[in-house]
Design a protein around this ligand. Structure first.
Ligand code: FAD
Length: 409
């Protein structure tokens, strides 16, 4: 195949959740897609990533591939209780009778990203879209007529459009001359996945614990998902994240926070400093390349906006491209792509601000924030709203970008 030029309808770089959604969303609009993925078909995608899939994302997936959204719902779980503790004392708890709401698609589902991706792979196979594995995009050249892409295996590809869904280290972003701009979190966070135990005694509740005594005063978040638990520990001053991630130390954390039975079920541990950045342009100068998902923006995970907003990008990129392909003038082609950029850049700004507020609150050494937390904790026994504020704040504001959008994020 070396040196061969293949002309395709629309190229998608990256077979993460965003690239796969883009291909499905193009197919749903009658547009052929070719997915180029750098890694091999037998890659291991395990690890702690998205678990919270919002209802609007499930509806988008169901719309572009009937059965995909409901399939995730069947396999995921909806936890009914949210609970918050402050230094060992409960300050808020609420259990919903019908936590998912009514209808086929609940408000959210909690499912590991690796399972979500498996459902997406099955959906691609269903509609006959192949992923070209071991096809790392390494060059992108654009012109007013389209895009030429080179892959590391020496192949050349030509297309009317390219969607860059090649993740945070995006080559496509670099090739079109766009740059990431933003900050990194001050604190490190330790994130672990812990497998469920037989006859799991823990109630299926999302629990946030401020200054948890069983984590030596660190903030702890525990969220159930289908098959296990996400444990998130916020490092404090003087912590060495690498040391805290060691098998021995993590087993101690799991034993103290969750109980002895869980200590042997540690599946995955990593430490993160979260980036809060977005590309300074979501499209190239010729309006033939569209960036989507983490190629376009990286968000701290509090508020769960990363994959959810990436899937909204994917759906809107496919919509813009389908309209552009039908256009009979070059000006309309440009218009459709520019509208995509305008809408998704606005959405990313909004999502960055929301995730940034959550991050700032969590890291907050700001005396006013510290005082507000202490005051709310001391008032929580008397005023439910004080406890509810403590329960809500770590995830940032709930609002969604102020644009007409098929996705919520
Ligand atoms: C701890 C943690 C928790 C999270 N929780 C949530 C959550 O609850 N909800 C939520 O919505 N989000 C969450 N996220 C974010 C979510 O995981 C990401 O937003 C999501 O994986 C981004 O998908 P993507 O397809 O844009 O990028 P990726 O998943 O990174 O996929 C990019 C793909 O492109 C491929 N690639 C890279 N370079 C090239 C190249 N040059 N050519 C071809 N292919 C290439 C890669 O191999 C990969 O397959 C979380 C993230 C973390 C770290």
């Amino acid at each position: 195949m070396t040196g061969e030029t293949t002309t395709e309808s629309v190229l998608v770089a990256g077979a993460g959740p965003v690239g796969m959604t883009t291909a499905l969303a193009l197919h749903a609009r009658g547009v052929e897609a070719t997915v180029l993925e750098a890694e091999s078909a037998d890659r291991d995608r395990s690890g702690s990533r998205a678990i919270y899939v919002h209802g609007s994302t499930l509806r988008t997936l169901e719309r572009i591939h009937p059965g995909l959204g409901t399939g995730l719902v069947e396999e995921g779980i909806v936890w009914p209780t949210r609970r918050t503790l402050f230094r060992g004392k409960e300050v808020f708890s609420r259990t919903y009778d019908s936590p998912g709401g009514s209808g086929d698609i609940p408000h959210f589902t909690s499912i590991p990203q690796v399972v979500t991706e498996q459902h997406m792979h099955d959906a691609l196979a269903d509609v006959g879209i192949d992923i070209h594995w071991d096809a790392e995009v390494d060059t992108v050249t654009t012109s007013p007529d389209g895009v030429r892409v080179g892959t590391a295996d020496g192949r050349k590809w030509e297309s009317a459009f390219l969607v860059g869904a090649d993740g945070g280290g995006s080559t496509v972003r670099n090739e079109i001359g766009a740059n990431f701009d933003g900050d990194q979190s001050e604190n490190a966070f330790i994130i672990a996945d812990v497998g469920e135990v037989e006859d799991d005694p823990r109630p299926p509740e999302r629990m946030f614990h401020y200054d948890a005594p069983d984590a030596d005063g660190r903030n702890v978040l525990l969220v159930p998902f289908a098959g296990g638990w996400r444990l998130d520990i916020q490092c404090i001053e003087g912590d060495d994240p690498e040391e805290l991630c060691s098998d021995e130390r993590m087993r101690e954390f799991v034993r103290d926070i969750m109980g002895k039975r869980y200590a042997d079920n540690l599946e995955w541990v990593s430490s993160y400093y979260f980036l809060q950045v977005m590309a300074d342009a979501f499209v190239d100068e010729h309006r033939r390349v569209l960036l989507a998902g983490e190629a376009a923006h990286l968000l701290a995970p509090f508020g769960a906006r990363g994959m959810n907003s990436g899937i909204a990008d994917a759906d809107e990129a496919a919509s813009a491209i389908a309209a552009a392909i039908d256009a009979t003038t070059e000006a309309v082609v440009r218009d459709e792509v520019e509208l995509y950029a305008a809408r998704r850049e606005k959405a990313a700004e909004f999502n960055l601000t929301a995730a940034g507020q959550a991050l700032e609150y969590l890291q907050g050494e700001n005396p006013v924030t510290v005082l507000r937390k202490e005051a709310a904790a001391s008032l929580a026994d008397h005023f439910e709203t004080a406890g509810e504020w403590l329960d809500d704040a770590p995830y940032g504001p709930r609002g969604t970008p102020p644009i007409v959008s098929t996705g919520n994020y």
